[in-house]
Design a protein around this ligand. Structure first.
Ligand code: KG4
Ligand code: ZN
Length: 338
């Protein structure tokens, strides 16, 4: 196993990424983030596909160079089959098929959502992997899912969002406040200086394990319209408190859902992933939950939380060991179940 090198390719949204993993250890993890979408306030699918087409070969070259291996050393190539933007997925899939064909190595299709969860098995000095069974909460700009994980490839979605993803709730609220895209990290920054109890926002009422965020966005919009109608400088004067209040509402809501899931399943091993795991409020709430509720919580290193190819390579390695290879006629899937 020592000489198994898996090349991972991720192209589901707006990041073109390639990584090399060897025995659970990441040798390189390269991401080309597409800046072009910033000007549009969100990801433009057609532009994303073009940028992937432009970036994919240089990104792979860089990943191999940083891992200090030749392409002939690659044991198998793993790529994101879905879910994601079709045009973006096709670039990664076609590249990977050609690479596998040219080098006569196995091809491994990977579910992006499974990869966010299995990123916890990447070996790092900071933290051990969660123990089965565990609960995974995947929170990003595209996804909000609660998953019961019984084994590497035995996962069950026990709750998900009915509308927006949690990252969208951050980004859309930020947009209402006039902050640039993606606004999540900025809300977090201002929130750390503000009073979270100043402006209470309602928490959307849905099933105990379901999520809904579109109502929160509307509440923020109406609130801001009303207040700026009375005082045009309302946002400038109260930015920190507004951000702290929005963030506290979202974090509380996520924690409520986790508490419901723990109650329902009896599982107290909690692993989070996705870009929103970077949020200081959710990190603190999870740390506190270790003491208050006796949970064991796991948060991956930031570079393995946001979209990356190391997690795809990790799943590739796990599948390689079980000979779970894909046939060359495998197709990309915009929507994909576990
Ligand atoms: O996983 P990711 O990089 O891409 C996908 O959406 O798959 O997640 C990006 C999302 C964006 O919505 C961004 O605003 C949010 O993660 N985000 C944050 C923070 N850092 C990133 N949201 C709140 N607080 C943060 N510190
Ligand atoms: Zn993702």
């Amino acid at each position: 196993d020592k000489n198994i090198y898996i090349l991972g390719i991720e192209s589901s949204c707006d990041d073109t990424a390639a990584a090399v993993i060897n025995n659970g250890v990441v040798l390189s993890n390269v991401v080309a983030t597409q800046k072009i979408h910033e000007a549009y306030g969100g990801v433009v699918p057609e532009l994303a596909s073009r940028a992937h087409q432009q970036n994919i070969v240089p990104v792979v070259h860089e990943a191999l160079r940083k891992a200090n291996i030749d392409k002939k050393d690659v044991s198998a190539i793993a790529f994101t089959q879905g879910p994601g933007l079709m045009g973006s997925l096709l670039v990664g899939a076609s590249f990977s098929k050609s690479f596998a064909l040219g080098l006569n190595i196995p091809l491994i299709g990977v579910n992006h959502m499974q990869a966010h969860i299995l990123a916890h098995f990447i070996k790092t000095e900071e933290q051990a992997a969660p123990n089965f069974p565990f609960l995974a909460l995947t929170i990003s700009g595209g996804h909000t899912q609660l998953v019961k994980v019984t084994d590497y490839f035995e996962m069950e979605i026990i709750g998900e969002t009915l509308d927006d993803a949690v990252g969208e709730a951050f980004d859309k609220s930020a947009k209402i406040l006039g902050l640039p895209y993606p606004g999540g990290p900025l809300i977090d920054k201002y929130a750390q200086l503000g009073d979270p109890d100043r402006f209470p926002f309602p928490k959307p009422k849905v099933g105990p394990l379901e999520f809904s965020f579109s109502g929160l966005k509307t509440s923020v919009l109406y609130f801001i319209e009303r207040e700026t109608g009375a005082d045009p400088e309302f946002i400038e004067k109260n930015r920190n408190d507004i951000c702290a209040s929005i963030q506290a509402t979202i974090v509380d809501y996520l924690m409520d859902k986790l508490k419901n899931a723990v109650k329902k399943t009896g599982i107290k091993e909690i692993a989070i992933g996705g870009g929103v795991s970077a949020n200081s409020g959710i990190r603190k709430a999870l740390n506190d939950a270790e003491k208050s509720y006796g949970w064991k919580t796991y948060i991956p290193k930031f570079e393995y939380c946001t979209d990356n190819a190391a997690m795809i390579a990790m799943v590739g390695e796990l599948k390689y060991k079980q000979q779970m290879f894909s046939s060359p006629d495998i197709v990309s899937q915009a929507r994909m179940k576990f």
